[in-house]
Design a protein around this ligand. Structure first.
Ligand code: HXC
Length: 517
């Protein structure tokens, strides 16, 4: 064998060694937990054969605690680039089979390299987390490594989409990188996120709690809102990340891909002319409205189990990607509260940062009153949504279906918050407040003096409702651009979005605003 061939053979052997990470036994252990390895995950995430790996020969430099005797090529993370539906993405996946995927100084350098490349090339960065946290033997160098990653997450925010898959443990300060990214997805039963684990919780607070109860996927999907998506399996999780990217542009200077629309743009949806119940207190399902108007009924919901009184997610109109924000009358009557406001505000800002138009469907009775909300800072949380809509310069199309009262009317992308096209169904009630509340304020004295207070109030309420509970008062002043037939909603939104394609609106130059965080 020639010298050259010998060297090629050596390279092939080294590559094979790198590809088995922590070794066959560790891989078996990983599989036994129902988890794939880092390379298997990347292979499923990316287009077949598109992955180009980087830094396969990187090794850690630690000499503490006998580490100098333990070396694995690649050092616990697989990094590189490839394509999803033919579009460039950068990716890193922690390899739990090597030191439990724990973060070393050199692992951080590998991750930072792909993040820097993603920024330079203007392409999304996807991280698959499965790690025991900072590599304990490396001490402060591991912490510095995390900080380098966080700094890059911050600089990349609003420039390239950043997506975190949590496919195993994610503990300690490590959770802050996913929290800084745009979307987080957790696998059910095999992943968890927390700042301090159950043992520390027990020591500090005395509370007995399991990992799942403390930071499992369902907890973060429904209680904390930390995760945007959950998946029953890793396959499903990786498919969701692929699907999510189909709605997003590569970076903040591009538009989301325009797909060929197979759903007629002038599709009339007669059912919408009868969807609003006669009684204003009866709910209907906003998902039915969304499903009826968007292309092929396809809707990728974000945070579906958190603050269900508001619905957010991605859909398309005539092939164009949009962010949908909609009150859900079926849940807490669609009221706005702290959690719903925060949920929608972050989504609106994401869409605005990445040039994705906003379609807002309104049926909101108001903000949830009471000490629970006030003590929780609903003023600040509601202001977040107000700020997000007011700041957004992307095309904004609003359709009011039924209730739109008081402060919540303003917050939900009203005309004065630079709503571009504001439509209302004839069933809309756009007013300062609902009839019952209004007559309580206006006629309490009159009712007390009346021989039949109940009849007096009912009469006044009917009068108020007739006068104000309609779209025409708002339309009279141009606050509503048109009152539309519900069944034409799809067509009207598509036309509005087409018209708005060349919209140009700039906010005043500033370092950054001061959103009420
Ligand atoms: C070095 C680690 C490690 C770590 C795991 N390993 N975590 N090595 N540093 N942080 C090693 C284990 O020693 C073991 O090595 C192998 O990875 C697999 O781990 P197991 O414990 O066998 O796996 P499992 O039973 O599945 O448990 C996984 C785990 C547990 C729950 C993650 O390993 C664990 O509790 N690790 C420590 C978690 C932690 O406290 N991390 C530090 C957080 S502080 P061998 O050689 O036996 O196979 C932090 C600060 C970050 O992260 C701050 C950022 C700002």
């Amino acid at each position: 064998m020639s010298n050259q061939l010998e060297k090629v053979r050596e390279l092939i052997e080294l590559r094979a060694k790198a590809r088995i990470g922590g070794g066959e036994k560790a891989i078996e252990k990983q599989h036994a937990k129902g988890k794939y390895t880092a390379r298997e995950r990347i292979a499923q995430l990316l287009d077949e054969g598109s992955f180009e790996e980087l830094d396969m020969f990187v090794e850690h430099r630690c000499t503490n605690f006998g580490q100098e005797k333990k070396h694995f090529l690649g050092d616990g993370v697989v990094t590189g680039y490839g394509t999803i539906e033919g579009r460039l993405v950068y990716v890193f996946a922690q390899d739990f089979t090597v030191f439990g995927g724990s973060l070393s100084e050199t692992m951080s350098l590998k991750i930072c390299k792909v993040m820097d490349m993603a920024m330079k090339m203007g392409a999304p960065c996807i991280g698959i987390n499965d790690s025991g946290g900072a590599r304990i033997q490396e001490g402060i160098n591991a912490l510095a490594g995390y900080a380098e990653i966080f700094q890059r997450n911050i600089m990349a925010s609003g420039v390239i989409p950043q997506i975190s898959g949590i496919f195993g443990p994610c503990a300690g300060g490590a959770v802050y990188s996913p929290a800084l990214t745009d979307f987080t997805l957790m696998t059910e039963g095999t992943s968890y996120m927390f700042l301090t684990g159950p043992k520390v919780v027990k020591t500090v607070t005395g509370e007995d709690v399991t990992q799942e109860e403390l930071g499992g996927a369902s907890v973060h999907a429904s209680k904390s809102g930390v995760t945007h998506f959950t998946a029953a399996t890793e396959e499903e999780g990786l498919a969701t990340i692929r699907r999510l990217l189909s709605f997003l542009p590569q970076n903040n200077l591009e538009e989301a891909p325009l797909l060929n629309c197979t759903d007629p743009i002038d599709r009339i949806e007669d059912s919408l002319n009868e969807i609003i119940p006669d009684s204003p207190n009866k709910p209907y399902d906003m998902y039915e409205v969304i499903g009826a108007i968007v292309d092929n009924g396809e809707f990728l919901e974000v945070q579906q189990d958190y603050a269900k009184n508001i619905i957010i997610g991605f859909a398309r109109f005539n092939g164009q990607s949009v962010g949908v924000v909609a009150n859900q009358p079926k849940y807490l009557a669609g009221v706005l509260d702290s959690n719903a406001s925060r949920k929608a505000a972050r989504f609106v800002r994401f869409c605005d940062a990445f040039n994705i138009p906003l379609v807002t469907l309104v049926d909101v009775p108001g903000f949830l009153p009471g000490t629970g909300q006030e003590y929780n800072g609903v003023i600040l949380h509601g202001a977040k949504l107000l700020y997000a809509y007011g700041e957004a310069t992307v095309p904004k199309v609003t359709v009011t279906l039924r209730k739109s009262y008081g402060g919540s009317h303003i917050v939900m992308s009203c005309k004065q918050l630079r709503g571009d096209m504001n439509y209302a169904w004839p069933t809309s009630e756009i007013a300062v407040m609902g009839g019952a509340g209004a007559v309580e304020v206006l006629y309490a004295k009159g009712a007390a003096e009346s021989p039949d207070p109940a009849a007096f109030m009912a009469e006044k309420e009917a009068e108020y409702t007739k006068l104000f509970a309609n779209p025409y008062n708002a339309a009279k002043y141009g606050y509503i651009d048109d009152v539309i037939e519900p069944r034409n909603t799809r067509f009207r939104i598509i036309r509005a979005l087409q018209q708005l394609q060349t919209k140009k609106l700039l906010n005043p130059a500033k370092k950054h605003g001061n959103i009420p965080l």
